[in-house]
Design a protein around this ligand. Structure first.
Ligand code: WT7
Length: 585
């Protein structure tokens, strides 16, 4: 346990007495803190940007964009309000209706932030696609979302979309951020914006209107589209204030890419709702560059991933040398287990601990956290947010759940009903229903809770893995490999990795007539990378004569994993049997 001594030169934490707050909290009170729309509605973009303009704070810097070639560009709240109005006007001119999906496939460029906010203002649904996805994950998500508009760059369009346009009947408009739109079937994003005015009446959305669509993976089937509504902003704002300790004027850096939920909930919405300046770095991870940004931009609050923390640890003190990080007030991480060594390292090297936080695409916002005012328990994800009831449960065969006592491992569950809870999986009512029992949302994570209410992550009860904080499901990876003529079967596992947490590894059984060889391994890895993109593609591939399967013919990935780790197979198969009721194997 790392006790906290509050530095009296620093502001008092936004959330000081967590227990007292838990006793008195109500979501209705939190709802009442939103500005709201003039007609009684609610809109995420209005809460994030226009509200500040209306309050006379429009000149504050909302977005500080750092380009990969050294560019530095500030956007004030007023400028973001105007540009997102223009984009919303453009969507309206294109005939986009409330509820229609608008996708973006781009890196961390200013247009992404304008698109997100403008889409929300237009009442359409913002759906980000990770720019490091290959053509196949992009196609699957564009098909499933039925996106009518895609914003992207010339290069990404050429590489990942153009050849598949004929398979995307719903996609009417492709808007290029960096071109004149002289490619067939495309238009220029900027030309479109130039033709619009800065003005737009306030949005007309209601709290339960769809706002965000985030794809996430499960063990089986195509990615699930988790739907969030405008009311989610209540939880984004509150967790930004209480967990990340954000306040107006803070310089805040969330290193997550907006292609994933963290990069939207905490890389766009939460900091703007709290009046902070959002630092956005277009470049990829680089320890020296990161320390330089923290120093030069005087970052106060930093939200990142354990993989990045481990990479910084690896680079040692030398990379940090000469940099002044004294502006940092609070540091937190999310997405994968934060190992205690990383917390101890940050205490020694940076003078403060990283605070682990836990949540999911489905929860929309942070649910469990180590707070600025509370002692940090290295190795623990922390305690639930006031307003959130979390428990460790076990599913009963009759479909109900039983709560388990402290210290006993079970499934992490949350009492359903918080504002940023997902409202459905797109076109998959059944899968959504299966996530709930007896009024609890079942997270699919295995965890324990101690007598003091601190939760510890144990693992997942499905075959989904985390690599560098990115969620990867076996279905997409195995399916692509099976498209190759040599592959009969493929099974994906997460192989433990010192830095990435896990890496994607596949076991492949070949069709008759094909022999394992180094050349074939390279070919298959290359094939997977071309189709899936570097974020999802396997890093390792091993040939196997055949893959272990259940009686019903499903690949037993846990057994592959046990073999890989050299765990006793006997024990593992008992475990497999024990968990089979949970996971439906
Ligand atoms: C899964 C959710 C993180 C929010 C955005 C990603 C794992 C998340 C932690 C943590 C251990 C964690 C869980 C969870 N996870 N936070 N602090 N410690 N594991 O959301 O992509 O839907 O991933 O990430 O397994 O279920 P996501």
């Amino acid at each position: 346990m790392i006790p906290k001594t509050l530095n009296d030169r620093e502001p008092v934490p936004n959330l000081t007495d967590i227990e007292a707050m838990r006793a008195t909290f109500s979501w209705d009170a939190a709802r009442a803190e939103c500005a709201g729309l003039p007609d009684g509605g609610l809109n995420i973009a209005f809460e994030a940007v226009d509200r500040w303009v209306a309050a006379g704070c429009g000149e504050a810097v909302a977005l500080r964009w750092l380009g990969k070639n050294g560019e530095r560009r500030d956007f004030s709240y007023a400028e973001l309000a105007r540009l997102s109005n223009r984009f919303a006007n453009a969507l309206q001119r294109l005939g986009i209706q409330p509820g229609d999906r608008v996708c973006i496939l781009a890196g961390r460029i200013p247009e992404l932030y304008i698109t997100a906010l403008g889409t929300l203002k237009a009442g359409a649904v913002f759906c980000p696609l990770f720019s490091a996805f290959g053509p196949e994950p992009v196609r699957v998500r564009l098909v499933k979302s039925r996106a009518r508009v895609l914003i992207t760059t010339t290069l990404l369009h050429q590489r990942k979309v153009r050849e598949q346009r004929s398979e995307l009947p719903h996609l009417e408009q492709v808007l290029l951020t960096d071109g004149n739109g002289d490619e067939p079937g495309t238009r220029s994003f900027h030309t479109l914006l130039e033709a619009e005015t800065d003005h737009r009446p306030p949005p007309r959305t209601q709290p339960e209107d769809w706002a965000l669509l985030h794809f996430t993976s499960g063990t089986t089937g195509t990615p699930k589209g988790a739907i969030h509504v405008h009311e989610a902003v209540v939880a984004h704002g509150l967790t930004g204030r209480w967990v990340l300790d954000l306040r107006p004027g803070d310089i805040y850096w969330c290193t997550a890419d907006p292609g994933w939920v963290t990069g939207v909930s905490y890389g766009i919405i939460a900091p703007l709702v709290n009046g902070a300046t959002l630092v956005v770095d277009e470049a990829e991870f680089d320890a020296r560059r990161w320390y330089a940004i923290l120093d030069r931009e005087r970052v106060n609050v930093w939200y990142t991933a354990p993989t990045a923390v481990r990479m910084l640890m690896k680079m040692g003190a030398e990379a940090l040398c000469g940099h002044d990080l004294s502006a940092l007030r609070f540091m937190a991480s999310v997405g994968e287990p934060l190992n205690p060594e990383a917390v101890h390292w940050s205490m020694a090297a940076l003078g403060r601990p990283f605070h682990d936080t836990w949540w999911q695409t489905e929860t929309g916002a942070i649910m469990i956290a180590n707070y600025r005012a509370a002692p940090v328990q290295p190795g623990s994800m922390g305690q639930p947010l006031p307003g959130i009831e979390a428990a460790i449960v076990q599913r009963r065969p009759d479909g109900g759940v039983d709560r388990l006592p402290p210290g006993v491992e079970g499934e992490l569950a949350l009492r359903a009903g918080w504002p940023s809870m997902f409202r459905g999986y797109l076109e998959d009512e059944e899968r959504y229903r299966q996530c709930f029992a007896d009024g609890w949302y079942l997270s699919g994570d295995l965890a324990t809770c101690d007598a003091d209410g601190y939760f510890r992550f144990v693992g997942r009860n499905d075959d989904v893995i985390k690599t560098s904080g990115h969620l990867v499901g076996p279905f997409e990876v195995e399916n692509v490999l099976m498209e190759h003529p040599a592959v009969a079967e493929a099974g994906m596992i997460g192989k433990p990795d010192e830095f990435a947490g896990q890496i994607v590894k596949v076991f492949v059984a070949l069709k008759a007539g094909y022999e394992p060889s180094d050349a074939l391994r390279k070919e298959l890895l290359g094939f997977a990378r071309t189709h899936l993109g570097p974020a999802v593609a396997p890093r390792e591939l091993e040939f196997a004569a055949d893959l272990p399967k259940t009686r019903s013919g499903k690949i037993m990935r846990r057994l592959l994993r046990a073999r890989e780790l050299g765990l006793p197979l006997g024990d593992m198969s008992t475990l497999e049997g024990g968990r089979s009721q949970n996971s439906g194997v």
